[in-house]
Write a protein that binds this ligand. Sequence first.
Ligand SMILES: [Ca+2]
Length: 498
Amino acid sequence: MRPFLLPSFCLSTKPAMPMKTCGWQLVAAVCLPLVAMAAGLSPTACRANATQRCAAPPRANIVFILTDDHRWDSYGAAAKFPLQTPHLDSIADRGTRFDNAFVTLAICSPSRAACLTGRYGSANGVTSFGKVSLAKGETTFAQVLQQAGYATGVAGKWHLKTTPAECGFEFASTCWSNGTWYNRKFTIDGQSKKMAGFVDDVAAAESLRFMAQAVESDRPFALWLCTQVPHMDGRHTWPARQKFLDRHPAQDIEVPLSWDDDLSGKPEYLKSARNRTRGLEYGYDDPQKIQAHTRDYRASVEQMDTAVGRVLNALRDGDLEQNTWIIFMGDNGWLLGEHGMTSKVLPYEESMRVPMAICGPSTEARVSDRLVLNIDLTATIYDLAGLEIPERLHGRSLLPLVSGRTPADWRTDFLYEAPTSQLGSQPLWAVRSERWKLIETRLQSHPKQRLLELYDLHTDAIERKNLATDPRHRQTVNRLSARLREHQKSLTSSSYGQ
Ligand SMILES: [Ca+2]
């Protein structure tokens, strides 16, 4: 399954590559001398020469694009409404689109820690957001790839106390947490700089600079491109440019079916939880306010997509695409008026479900409905790099699914955990199967009391009717409660640092 292709510069007969972007010029400046090395050789001769020069097949490059607060349904390939994201779509079009992808905790720092380590937050030490550190002894994919000879780089948002360098990134051009979308302060090569323009364009340009350096060093590269958008800016707005806003007339936008949910049957605390009260502050008891926010959000996704496109175009134009795997995922979703709520953390679909797609050399277009997780991407990256997948990882490689083979023992449910209060949530855990979702909340004030929610996603996809107290579903509640305990026990039995 590993794509051991000769680098295109060994095989290309094209005299030069187009200079489409400023960033590309950096890549081209590095690549052209390499092309010149093959000048004067026929493709056949070049292949023979390459066989000698490249005795060991080169390892594939890896580009991992992590978008921020990006709902699963909000890119063109998956959307059921008009949304122009041609660049993110191109990943799905060339590879596998995962329609049932989830995060193990829907908030920035924990999701990033889970991606880095391939392990649940209760194991890797990050279950809250902000200046939190990975637990001692945790290992990141960047550390492992760096040790394996990869050039490792991160560009864009960073939201862990553990630094990029400590996580194994030799190249880091990052902005901290959330803030303004324009003229944002970045830390680049250790220096603080205010960078003109759109924050994700800066991250894209820095990605190109990293790739150019990696090509120059003749090493495979692993890039983690973390966009800031469509996360709200520091003022809690989505200040997309007008041309993107104009594509989405607010009055044409559908309002979520559950926008007027009175939360009856759900845990009482939710009525005063931040997700709900902030939603009311945004005016979510008025459908027009939800439409306006949804317009802003979708316009922001499109603006972010153009930035991502700068990186994808550079890969294509530089003939690097032939030896590069591209992974795309959102770090968590976002409630846009569902249940009258905003934000994330809560284990409702719009919050915990994310967009995901993977493509690589020779992959075929397909759609997978299997349950896949953010922690699977770490194992997938190990697999792509030809490295052994450590047993301590909680996820598993997605490459069999990408190649159209579903292992017989693929998961049929998974654990979601938010064990500490985050953005007004209460400690909660959930089991999400292909059909059912059981949520167990334990209020900080009454930790021994279990508040249960059960939703039948086949008949109630909008999670409006809590069936947990319905005697007809007692067996389902008991079965999923037992699964929850099994998952929790499994996590606590895994030890650090193995
Ligand atoms: Ca996020």
